[in-house]
Design a protein around this ligand. Structure first.
Ligand code: NDP
Ligand code: MG
Length: 382
């Protein structure tokens, strides 16, 4: 039986790779719905190729363009946040959550509610709403399979293992493009430099997060929610070769780690096909070509965003909603040349200092609080 698949954020790097896996494994997967936000030409191409039942453009302004281009095609076209929520609510076998940022939170909430398993790339949704999404997934019997490479690595290391036997886990980080530079050198560095990731090809937002290492901070919060473990069991190290993606140490001091080529098709396909695997064709690791394996400490003075996020594990969820919201604003301003690289941290830290706490125990309160924190971040002057 083919798995029915929905791909949210189909036009992005992760979404496109998920569709490439479908393309090569048509006997295993069938696409029911796809979404995109601004890239209409790619969305149309995918709609024609995969003939899904539903196509969603979340940007309302592009509705008529999509309708025009799919005029004679037998497909249901939906738009805006409502369209996205509708698509996410359609029960399928697996939903690839590959929207970037908090925009992916509501669709994931809907999908879990409808009982669909999630292959989760969209870490921001879990950073902001993990305290709601994970218990809901448990209640609904929904599997959340990590796509983020480090978390997928830990997931794979834990196959056949018990969490009660685990001493700690380690996430690896490439170190981003500025590993050998100090904060004075990076303070005014332009987006064109920050977007050049040394080992991974990724969307703009996560590329900037990797340069500040906020990405690794967000990932420690993501790990805490995904694996239901405390801060004392989670750490991160820089591993510039990006070959080892995650490491688990057990109470008998055995260590199981996961290695794979630096290509997101590995974790995406594993999450999509789980509990099976599919064949993918990418360049294999040749160990004779690997000169060395290095593991370095993350320098908190150089990468304060990492430390800021890491400190928020197990703290009140208001902090991580605000962290994520302010970071999205800061990255956006930086990409628009309206904020300096070095001020991304300052904007996020100041926002967190200014928030007032409230209860975030339901879905709407998280949405409202994200907006509240964004407004604080936007009002900040530099
Ligand atoms: P991209 O920027 O390449 O893709 C983002 C996707 O989200 C696109 O389909 C985009 O549509 C859509 N989108 C953007 N804004 C909105 C919005 N407001 N509402 C609905 N949809 C929107 O990002 P990536 O694929 O690189 O990353 C996606 C997610 O996966 C992120 O959360 C990231 O952290 C995570 N991730 C990515 C990895 C990678 O290697 N790329 C690795 C691990 C995690 P359009 O392009 O049409 O505008
Ligand atoms: Mg990652």
């Amino acid at each position: 039986m083919r798995k029915l698949v929905t791909v949210l954020g189909a036009t992005g790097i992760v979404g496109s790779k998920a569709l490439e896996i479908v393309r090569k494994n048509q006997e295993k997967f069938h696409v029911i719905g796809i979404s995109g936000h601004s890239n209409i030409s790619l969305l149309v191409r995918f709609a024609l190729e995969f003939a899904p039942k539903y196509v969603v453009v979340s940007n309302l302004l592009l509705r008529s363009e999509l309708e025009q281009k799919l005029n004679n095609v037998d497909v249901e076209i939906l738009c805006g946040e409502e369209g996205l929520a509708f698509l996410a609510s359609q029960k399928t076998d697996i939903l690839i959550a590959a929207i970037t940022g908090f925009a992916g939170f509501e669709p994931i909430f809907r999908a879990i509610n409808s009982g669909t398993d999630i292959a989760l790339a969209n870490k921001e949704a879990l950073v902001a709403g993990g305290h709601l999404l994970m218990p809901l997934a448990k209640k609904k019997g929904v599997n959340i399979i990590p796509v983020d490479s480090e978390h997928n690595a830990i997931f794979q290391c834990m196959m056949g293992q018990n969490w009660s036997d685990v001493d700690n886990i380690t996430l690896t980080a490439s170190g981003g493009p500025f590993l050998s530079m100090n904060s004075n050198e990076t303070q005014k560095i332009p987006p064109s430099e920050a977007l050049k990731h040394p080992t991974w090809s990724m969307g703009a937002k996560i590329s900037i997060d990797s340069a500040t290492m906020m990405n690794k901070g967000l990932e420690t919060i993501e790990a805490a929610w995904l694996f239901n473990i405390g801060k004392e069991k989670i750490s991160a190290v820089i591993h510039p070769q990006s070959i080892v993606h995650g490491i688990v140490q057990f109470k008998d001091k055995s260590i199981i780690s996961h290695m794979a080529p630096t290509d997101m098709k590995v974790p995406i396909s594993q999450a999509m096909a789980w509990p099976e695997r599919v064949k993918i064709e990418i360049k294999e690791i040749d160990f004779l070509e690997v000169e060395s394996f290095n593991f370095l400490e993350i320098d908190a003075s150089k990468f304060p965003c990492f430390e800021l996020a890491y400190q928020l594990i197990e703290e009140d969820p208001c902090y991580s909603v605000a962290l994520n919201a302010a970071n999205e604003i800061a990255v956006h301003l930086y990409l628009d040349h309206k904020l300096e690289f070095g001020d991304i941290y300052t904007l996020v830290a100041k926002t967190i200092d200014m928030i007032e706490m409230t209860n975030l125990d339901d879905y709407q309160s998280i949405i409202d609080y994200d907006r509240y924190a964004r407004n604080i971040a936007i009002s900040m002057k530099f």
